[in-house]
Design a protein around this ligand. Structure first.
Ligand code: AMP
Length: 444
């Protein structure tokens, strides 16, 4: 299939051509015609599938047929959970709209509001926004939605995870009832379906590969590790394999900072990216990582969400995610578009349960590797897909005091990506009940 067969007009086809895209990705092939009909659409698609162009191209086509945005008015509103994703989506909109007389804007928190107010005053054919800043701007009378034609919720599952449901509901009340709604989400969970009920009318559902299936081009390994030796093991892996671009996930912001410093101290250029970093620091870290000035970017899940680097070769789980679905999200950043990627997890014996949950979810036993000098004192139990009820052996007492998990974990979610820990306690945990797997079957 070609882009030309999708009823997109020449200025859009030219922009797509300039990006070097030869053919639509599977989600684009399905979503573009569905959106062009003007229907509401629910699409199950993760970052890396080309979903952004999947909604942006048909939106630009529809917008190019109507009247330009008036002062302060917004014709299409794209809501995203994080600043990074907002910036990336906006960048994409600009690229694809480069030959069209349409104006796009982006607003998010953490940066000065005045320049945003000025830009909005000229009107936005497309406005990409995070919920909090959008509401602020609306309250200040800087945006109007009388002419709103299309609403997009991008990464809707993340928005709910991050506690944006109330903001979303407040925003929906500000919008005209007659509009086209597009809901993009990595999975169609029950929570997403509940949200969709009050949002979309008779939606066309589109989805591509099962969201819980890991890409075939990703090689996955588990390195059993002692908690206190993980940093040294990571240094060894980066140096020994001469890795040049590694995205490393940690559970907490503090852990991300500490690890970035440890790596730097060992001569591996690194930076941490999380909700406590200023927008400038985050953008700089991302840019340095993209251009190869730093080798390792250490990130928490929320900060890493939406990082758009299409050919990331290595992803490392320094800490396993607490929610098994996040493993699929994390390693989805490598092995994209047929490029080989490696996903490595450093797993301590206390985290065996998390590993077992991931293996159940992805229906695979991940191969293990061991490196001389890094064999853990407390061995990792053997995995099997039936190891669901299996518990990690009792921790030897001497490791207990070193284990940061023994401290009570914060149990709050303040609805932004600036919470103290980037782990999300409110999110549904993978149920250890073996029967539950069928209930979590990907839908759509
Ligand atoms: P997304 O899933 O929107 O984050 O897109 C992932 C990456 O795929 C981005 O770097 C896009 O520029 C790229 N991309 C989007 N559509 C296509 C396409 N049809 N062919 C090749 N690359 C694409």
């Amino acid at each position: 299939m070609s882009f030309a067969s999708l009823a997109l007009s020449p200025p859009i086809l030219q922009a797509v051509n300039e990006q070097g895209y030869n053919e639509p990705s599977p989600i684009q092939a399905k979503a573009i015609p569905a959106i062009l009909t003007g229907n509401d659409v629910m699409a199950a698609a993760q970052t890396g599938t080309g979903k952004t162009a999947g909604f942006t191209l048909p939106i630009l086509e529809l917008l190019s047929r109507g009247k330009r945005a008036r002062s302060k008015q917004v014709r299409t509103l794209v809501l995203t959970p994080t600043r990074e994703l907002a910036a990336q989506v906006a960048e994409n909109v600009e690229k694809y709209a480069t030959h069209l007389p349409l104006r796009s804007n982006v607003v998010f928190g953490g940066v000065s509001i005045n320049p945003q107010i000025q830009k909005l005053s000229r009107g936005s054919d497309v406005l990409v926004a995070t919920p909090g800043r959008l509401l602020d701007l609306h309250q200040q009378g800087c945006i109007r939605f009388d002419d709103l034609e299309i609403l997009v919720l991008d990464e809707a599952d993340r928005m709910l995870d991050m506690g944006f449901i109330h903001d979303i509901k407040r925003i929906l009340k500000l919008l005209p009832a007659k509009r086209q709604n597009l809901l993009f989400s990595a999975t169609f969970s029950n929570e997403i379906r509940a949200l969709a009920k009050g949002l979309v009318n008779n939606p066309v559902e589109v989805s591509v590969a099962s969201p819980n299936t890991t890409a075939k081009t990703i090689e996955q390994w588990v390195y059993p590790a002692e908690r206190s030796k993980r940093a040294a093991l990571l240094v060894h892996l980066v140096k020994d394999n001469d890795w040049q671009q590694v995205l490393v996930f940690t559970k907490t912001k503090h852990g991300a900072n500490r690890l970035a410093k440890q790596l730097d101290d060992k001569g591996i250029t690194s930076a941490a990216i999380h909700g406590n970093k200023s927008q400038g620091a985050r953008t700089r870290a991302l840019e340095n990582f993209k251009t190869g000035q730093i080798k390792v970017l250490v990130a928490t899940d929320i900060a890493a969400r939406g990082i758009d680097i299409s050919s990331l070769p290595q992803v490392v789980n320094f800490d396993l995610p607490e929610v098994a679905e996040d493993y699929v999200h994390r390693i989805g950043r490598t092995g994209r578009a047929g490029i080989d990627g490696h996903a490595i997890s450093l797993v301590t014996n206390e985290d065996f349960k998390l590993l077992a949950a991931i293996e159940r979810l992805t229906a695979q036993v991940i191969q293990r590797k061991m490196i001389e000098g890094f064999t853990p004192i407390n061995p990792l139990p053997e995995s099997s897909l039936d190891s669901r009820g299996q518990k990690a052996p009792n921790k030897p007492k001497k490791t207990a005091s070193r284990n940061s998990r023994s401290k009570p974990r914060p149990n709050k979610n303040n609805g932004s990506d600036d919470s103290k820990s980037d782990s999300r306690p409110k999110r549904r945990r993978v149920n250890p009940n073996p029967k539950s797997r069928t209930a979590r079957k990907p839908q759509g």
